[in-house]
Design a protein around this ligand. Structure first.
Ligand code: NOJ
Length: 550
């Protein structure tokens, strides 16, 4: 019987804690870029009531939590990642009353709301910064990082901003430089100042009391800087903006970050909330640190290692999955987001893109961990970067053109139907609608049993009702196979086999489960010509087979 299966508890894989408090373990998260999801007030920009109008769609899709990227008042230089008031809603997205309506409607459907907390910096239009820059002795002066230049027209050190150029901007009024890791309109907060910590912690309480179930913490790596401002080591070459490349040794991933995360977690625990981290880790040790020594930091540090796999490769994905399964906490997987080329294009070969989108879903949604989807992934939305500099909206693209075209391409409006504006808005959308909306949209795909959307729904439905997929351990199989990635998910009552053909040719995979006393594989979901004969699985190009061992 299944219970005899020897591999039910793999080393490093925690047993279930899905006792209601850890609702986020079994949940499927869905990232919404609010500008681009649904426009309810006909101004060409998405908004909160637009999101509210799509909650039934999300519920039906199988989404349990939505992460809304910043919707707070903002000059929108970095489209919301420059917050000028943490405790309100930007008029372009609606009002606090709209937020309350959205929260109530989401709650009715059992959908949690996660907000995006921009912790590293504010907008230069935030009252705190306006006061900070008003004089060297202002109340909020020390809420940001101010320093004298090294000499006339020389910034305090060699740190380069992620958005290009020096990370220091001179303020002519007070004659000092302020530090900005990102755009100069995004001054870094000084997290060494206890008043900053208190104010930011209070922001989280304020939203928890309003019904928010957690936060995605933006750019957590960069909260602290070396107070002595050592120069960063210079690396060979230049970046896309033409600046010297450097190692962010003194302005990123400083250990003090973890003290803040522990404090944020304490507050989150009071509200049964989840903290998700924008954690660009390079290895498992770094990822582990974000969980904390005693499960006391982030519950879900996002694992971005998948996004570094440049092309479909069973071997590469197997390696990444194995690594994250050894992490001391519950994995959180991402394949696309608003900052990177969509997985549809990263892995698509131009010919089998939809099949490959299903393949990626077959993997993303059946791994041991919490999947975080990105809007449009479920309909096979394409990345469509601007073709002319004058059309670029993203500050990175404006500065970096043509080497860096920016992130507009992965932020185009959600494609609801085949009409002119894709059912996103009655007005001209803030970013153009890609032509592919005529074939890849919710309305058309809802009528097609073979669509990418239909496949997502099928797998999500299975995932929600199958305890092996929810909580089972991960057992890699056929680890030498270069073309086919296969694994089992094993719980006390079920064993589910997932077989993914990462090649464009037909493949046959042989399995032997006789020791575990299984002789049959019962098909649950399969794409293309994939099928099972005893314990032999045949897969079409980029085919997916998911089955239960019997
Ligand atoms: C990471 C966000 O995902 C990105 O969109 C933003 O530009 C930077 N942090 C700065 O907040």
């Amino acid at each position: 019987m299944c219970a005899a299966f020897a591999l039910a508890q793999q080393p490093g894989q925690q047993a279930s804690k899905a006792d209601g408090k850890e609702w986020w373990r079994d949940a499927v998260f869905y990232e919404i870029y609010p500008r681009s999801f649904a426009d309810s007030n006909k101004d060409g920009v998405g908004d909160l009531m637009g999101i509210a109008s799509k909650l039934d769609y999300l519920k039906d899709l199988g989404v349990d939590a939505i992460w809304i990227t910043p919707c707070f008042p903002s000059p929108q230089i970095d489209f919301g990642y420059d917050v000028s008031d943490y405790e309100n809603i930007d008029p372009v997205y609606g009002t606090l009353a709209d937020f309350d309506t959205l929260a109530a409607e989401a709650k009715k459907r059992g959908i949690h709301i996660i907000l995006d907390f921009v912790v590293n910096h504010t907008s230069d239009q935030h009252q705190w910064f306006l006061d900070s820059m008003s004089s060297r002795t202002s109340k909020h002066r020390d809420w940001y990082i101010w320093r004298d230049g090294k000499g006339p027209e020389q910034p305090p050190n060699n740190w380069i901003s992620d958005f290009g150029g020096s990370a220091w901007a001179l303020d002519p009024t007070t004659g000092q430089y302020y530090y900005h890791m990102f755009h100069k309109a995004q001054p870094d907060l000084n997290w060494r100042n206890p008043a900053v910590k208190d104010a930011m912690f209070d922001v989280t309480r304020w939203w928890y009391k309003r019904g928010v179930s957690g936060f995605r913490l933006d750019a957590v790596d960069t909260l602290f800087e070396d107070p002595n401002l050592h120069d960063n080591p210079i690396l060979p070459g230049v970046n896309v903006f033409g600046d010297p490349k450097e190692e962010n040794k003194y302005n990123s991933k400083l250990p003090e970050v973890h003290d803040v995360l522990r404090e944020l977690r304490k507050i989150a625990d009071e509200y049964d909330a989840v903290l998700i981290g924008e954690t660009w880790t390079t290895d498992i040790d770094e990822l582990n640190r974000y969980y904390g020594d005693h499960d006391n930091e982030l519950q879900l540090p996002m694992d971005f290692l998948f996004t570094t796999v440049k092309k479909l490769s069973a071997e590469e994905f197997r390696k990444q999955i194995a690594a994250v399964n050894l992490a001391k906490g519950w994995p959180a997987y991402v394949i696309s987001n608003h900052d990177i080329v969509r997985s549809y294009d990263r892995y698509g070969d131009g010919e089998h893109n939809d099949q490959i989108a299903k393949l990626m879903a077959g993997m993303h949604l059946t791994l041991r961990g919490t999947p975080i989807m990105y809007y449009g992934e479920e309909i096979g939305m394409k990345t469509t970067p601007p073709s002319r500099k004058e059309d670029v909206k993203d500050p990175i693209g404006i500065r970096g053109w043509p080497q860096e075209k920016g992130r507009d391409g992965e932020r185009t409006p959600m494609q609801w139907d085949a009409s002119e504006n894709a059912g996103f808005s009655k007005a001209t959308p803030w970013l153009p609608i890609p032509d592919t909306h005529k074939t890849h949209n919710v309305a058309t795909e809802s009528k097609d049993a073979n669509s990418v959307l239909a496949f997502y729904k099928q797998v999500l439905k299975l995932r929600h009702t199958n305890d092996a997929l929810l909580e089972g351990s991960y057992v890699p199989l056929n680890e030498k196979d270069q073309n086919v990635l296969s694994y089992l998910r094993v719980s006390a009552s079920k064993s589910v086999l997932v077989v993914l053909n990462m090649s464009g040719t037909r493949q046959t995979s042989h399995f032997d489960f006789s020791k575990q006393r299984f002789s049959q594989i019962h098909k649950l979901i399969a794409t293309g010509e994939s099928s099972a004969e005893g314990t032999v699985i045949t897969l079409g190009a980029y085919g997916v087979f998911i089955g239960e061992l019997k």
